[in-house]
Design a protein around this ligand. Structure first.
Ligand code: SF4
Length: 228
């Protein structure tokens, strides 16, 4: 399946097609499991935030190693802030980009203490004021640490949205805005989980399984490139 970098997007899915799309996903993809605890199973919002920062452009197993090493050194914003940036960088080395991430973690703790009295805020806008926390991390923290339903857009969700016509966006943040507007309320709590699983098992990055895809009758890329 060719990508669509140089061609204009076909029309977005209609509300009726979106309903159908989510209905099919709800019947074919696993949703959030009872056991899901969020990024690396962190037990509180502070640690969820730091685990999210560590996960950027890192494989799961490397993020897990870095997360474990970091929380061996300190587990609260104040104790974390007492560490040198270099000390943090050494601990989180397995996850890559460790110098940048170590600086962000240090700044994150400073801003969290100065502006929020050390308590992780429960709004997306406020979360995004914290160094190292972008839209995706903010949505993950809202969903997993605070139980607020959102649809975090990672690389899998972004790809599925842009291929199907569910929510076209040049950036993940734009796609996230559209997705939030277009997803019916009944689907919001599980949409993130369905879309990720769908992207990992059917709408694969390099070789999407279009002929056996349950939504190929709706997908705009499939209609445009295969059906003509
Ligand atoms: S038909 Fe299915 S697998 Fe193929 S691009 Fe569309 S959504 Fe992805």
């Amino acid at each position: 399946m060719a990508n669509q970098k140089d061609t204009p997007n076909p029309p977005s899915l209609s509300p009726r097609e979106i309903e159908r799309f989510y209905t099919i996903l709800s019947q074919t993809m696993p949703g959030r499991s009872q056991a899901a605890k969020g990024p690396k199973g962190q037990p509180n919002p502070f640690r969820t935030c730091l685990s999210c920062i560590l996960s950027a452009q890192s494989l799961d197993r490397n993020t897990a190693l870095a997360t474990k090493a970091l929380f061996k050194l300190a587990r609260t914003p104040r104790t974390m802030l007492q560490l040198d940036v270099a000390e943090i960088a050494t601990a989180i080395k397995p996850c890559g980009l460790y110098n940048v991430k170590a600086k962000n973690i240090h700044k994150f703790c400073a801003v969290l203490i100065d502006e929020f009295n050390g308590v992780v805020p429960q709004s997306r806008d406020q979360l995004m004021r914290l160094p190292g926390i972008g839209r995706k991390c903010a949505d993950i923290v809202l969903q997993f640490a605070f139980g607020i339903d959102t649809i975090a857009v990672d690389t899998h969700v972004f790809r599925v949205c842009n291929r199907t016509g569910l929510a076209y966006g040049k950036t993940a943040d734009r796609t996230a805005d559209l997705l939030q507007q277009r997803t019916p309320s009944w689907a919001v709590p599980q949409a993130h989980f369905w879309l990720i699983q769908f992207g990992k098992t059917v709408c694969l990055s390099r070789s999407p399984r279009c002929p056996v895809c349950a939504v190929n009758g709706i997908c705009q890329t499939y209609k445009q490139q295969v059906l003509g």
